[in-house]
Design a protein around this ligand. Structure first.
Ligand code: 5RP
Length: 225
């Protein structure tokens, strides 16, 4: 038997996540390659759901391409589940997110959901967060001052570029990636970075982490709760 590819692992967890979708309700949908597999699975059962709230313009476009109704979050008071990937996750459900630059909308949509279902291939499970650069969405005029203040946390702040120019998020902001961290207390680091004036969102999801993590492994999908 040949080993499963990373995409096959992502597809397996996306399929498993469908079991958490509640009939007749709105689903919160994340951003990234794993979330894209989930959207494609969701399309197969779209007649069972009311619609979805998207965490990025890219996700909204993919949902609409499948004829899944996309709701504005302002129209939605609560939803049973938010399903999204992660760049790193601990067994306790703390995550680094924002590799796809959608961290702010992801955190907002997740905050409205009763449960965060994280879907990830096994390579994302770590003991200590921080090998993956920690994304921080920042108001553009505050980029330099925020970068100076981030240095005290020990990592190296790097402005994220795309196609040779600073990447601009769906919200019109920039991303600073904090490289080379060992995050031993993610809840406290999330709190401290959030307090820096000019920071919109830090891509640490620890105060409100994942309630369930569906992890794709060669032995099948493992459920961490
Ligand atoms: C986007 C995210 C993604 O969930 C994260 O980057 C994981 O992406 P992928 O599923 O492509 O590995 O936080 O902002």
């Amino acid at each position: 038997m040949t080993a499963m590819t990373q995409d096959q692992l992502k597809q397996a967890v996306a399929r498993e996540a469908i079991k958490y979708v509640v009939d007749g309700q709105i689903v919160g949908v994340g951003t990234g390659s794993t979330a894209n597999f989930f959207i494609d699975e969701l399309a197969k059962i779209k007649h069972r759901i009311k619609g979805a709230v998207a965490s990025s313009e890219a996700t909204a476009a993919r949902l609409r391409a499948h004829d899944i109704e996309v709701y504005d979050l302002n129209q939605v008071a609560t939803m049973p589940v938010y399903v999204d990937g992660a760049d790193e996750i601990t067994a306790q459900g703390a995550m680094i997110k924002g590799g796809g630059a959608a961290l702010t909308r992801e955190k907002i949509v997740a905050s409205v959901a009763e449960k965060f279902i994280c879907i990830a291939d096994g390579s994302k499970l770590v003991k200590v967060l921080g090998k993956f650069p920690l994304p921080i969405e920042v108001i553009p005029m505050a980029q330099a001052v925020v970068a100076r203040k981030l240095i005290k946390f020990g990592g190296e702040p790097r402005l994220r570029f795309k196609d040779g120019i600073p990447l601009i998020t769906d919200n019109g902001n920039v991303i600073i990636d904090l490289v080379d961290l060992k995050i031993t207390d993610p809840v406290e680091l999330e709190r401290q970075i959030n307090q820096i004036t000019g920071v919109v969102t830090v891509g640490l999801f620890a105060q409100q982490g994942a309630n369930v993590c569906l992890l794709g492994t060669p032995d099948g999908v493992k459920t961490l709760t």
